[in-house]
Design a protein around this ligand. Sequence first.
Ligand code: ITT
Length: 191
Amino acid sequence: MPASSRSVRFATGNNGKMEEARIILSPFGIRPVALNGKGVEIQADTVSEVASYSARVASRKYKKALIVEDAGLFVESLGGFPGPFSSYAFKTLEIDGLLKLLKGEGSRRAHFASAVAYCTPSSEPKVFEGVVRGRILEAQAGSGGFGFDPVFLPDGSAKSMAQMTLEEKCAVSHRGRAMRKFGSWFVTTEP
Ligand code: ITT
């Protein structure tokens, strides 16, 4: 852990994301501080568009430099659903509803995508992306993480993301990949 520590505001209402951001950004000497809620969230085809728009609006609203993260689960045989609608799908369908949708499907290939957008009140957003590929399990396994973690098996892993420690999850996850790109950029670029 670097000796000096800098903070960055993270506009999110999701405590799981916040906890993971702390783990991922710590080696960069960056301490995320919660700003409650992303604020405005648009409907768009990509997580990058959603994160970028929300970061721009939130940075201007709060008059602060901040990050926003948008993430989603994209299931191939469902044409990428729930994708940018993952939060809504998780609340309404829940995990069992997703498993029902996939019953009898030949392919269970899926990926998580994350976009971290950084914006200051006077700049345009800068976006960092990360993806983890894998498959949807037939049944839930594990109780760690959040959201769809119990049914997501990353490629090359014997454990679902909910069976991993948060450190193990962050090492392979979409969020880990996107946030590490942000971290490297932030410590070398931002004054
Ligand atoms: P904020 O917008 O306040 O940051 P949120 O939970 O609404 O929090 P998203 O709009 O990015 O976040 O929703 C993404 C949804 O996708 C989330 O609610 C989960 O159901 C799912 N998801 C995203 N990342 C995940 C992860 O690492 N593990 C499991 N499910 C995840």
